[in-house]
Ligand binder design. Sequence first.
Ligand SMILES: [Zn+2]
Ligand SMILES: [Zn+2]
Length: 143
Amino acid sequence: MHGQCLCGQVEFEIDGSRFKLYQCHCSLCRRQGGSMSNAATIVANNHFHWLGGAELISSWKNEGRFRSDFCSTCGCPVPNPLRNMPYFWIPAGLLEDSGKLEVVAHLCVASKASWDSVPLQGALYDELPNLSEFISLLHADNA
Ligand SMILES: [Zn+2]
Ligand SMILES: [Zn+2]
């Protein structure tokens, strides 16, 4: 599946056609996405491929707890390596919408914005779940 930033210079591809997404409602993800939450998925390193624009990517890090990579031209959040794990974090809004993306979980629901009124479906976590268990959830049934 193909993905690109707003201006189209940062481009990537991830192997596969169906992906389970999550939305994180914490205050950092709200600022990163400029809205009530971000939406993302997590894929294994060997299923992720840059197609162009990697040299345009800037990075902001917060004491090892949060990282936001973005296109220096258009400011769009772009994929980044997941901590020290063999995975990439993929912002879902950059992916082509093939109708095969599904939100299965919401994180940090306990700290969502007071104006965040979308009914939440899927697995709800008050805070951040154990990352390894959570990745297993995202990848369940993904043949
Ligand atoms: Zn861009
Ligand atoms: Zn978050």
